[in-house]
Every structure is written in C-alpha cells, then in structure tokens.
Design a protein around this ligand. Sequence first.
Ligand SMILES: [Zn+2]
Length: 120
Amino acid sequence: MNTDDTCTHTDSTLLLGLEGMAVIKVEETESGLVVHVATTEEAARACPACGVLSATRKGGRVTRPRQLPYDGGVVETRWHKSRWYCAERLCPRTSFTEQTRQVPAGARLPAQGGGRRAER
Ligand SMILES: [Zn+2]
C-alpha cells in the first residue's frame, strides 16, 4: 500500500490556507475561480458532545466560508460540509455538523475593518 496518495491535495490546501481541507473541484466562472473544498481532518467527524468519531454520514450542505485573493482576482471557496450521525448511542446529540479548527460550526467570519471596540 502506498499512502503517499493521500498527500495529493496538500499543495492546494496550503495554497488556500485551509488546513485540514482538500480541494475536490475547481470551477471557472465569469466572476473567477470557484474552489470546492471538503474536510479531510478526521477530528471534524468527532461529535462535539461526546467526542466519538462518527462513521455514518447523514448528509451535507455547501457553505461559503470566505473569498481569497488569488492572482490578481478573487477565488471563492465552497465548503462541502457534512452532517454526521453520532456513533455513541447514549449521546444526547444524535447528529452534528462537522467542524474544524479553521472554521468552527456556526461561526461567522469576522467583519472587515477590525473588531468591535468598546466606546463610551
Ligand atoms: Zn455524541
């Protein structure tokens, strides 16, 4: 068995700065490139409630985590996110959306122009 094959997408991943993600498809559109990524990190399948890794995919949806400047234009990303069934039968959380350190589930991207500043 040659495990080197799993590293095929690493360059693209580094290029886009999305650790733990793999590029699954690149589309060329009128407004620029659209890069489709999916999570490769095993930890993304860990239930947030009990930590047990899931092996059963429930479904998925596509989110737009960010736009990235690239080669004088903008590259849009489409993150193909999966939902998983929790493998632990006693867990109150029956299913969950995968999450990574890069983009936690439900997190909003920080607004441009700096953080909130307390004023009085
Ligand atoms: Zn669980």
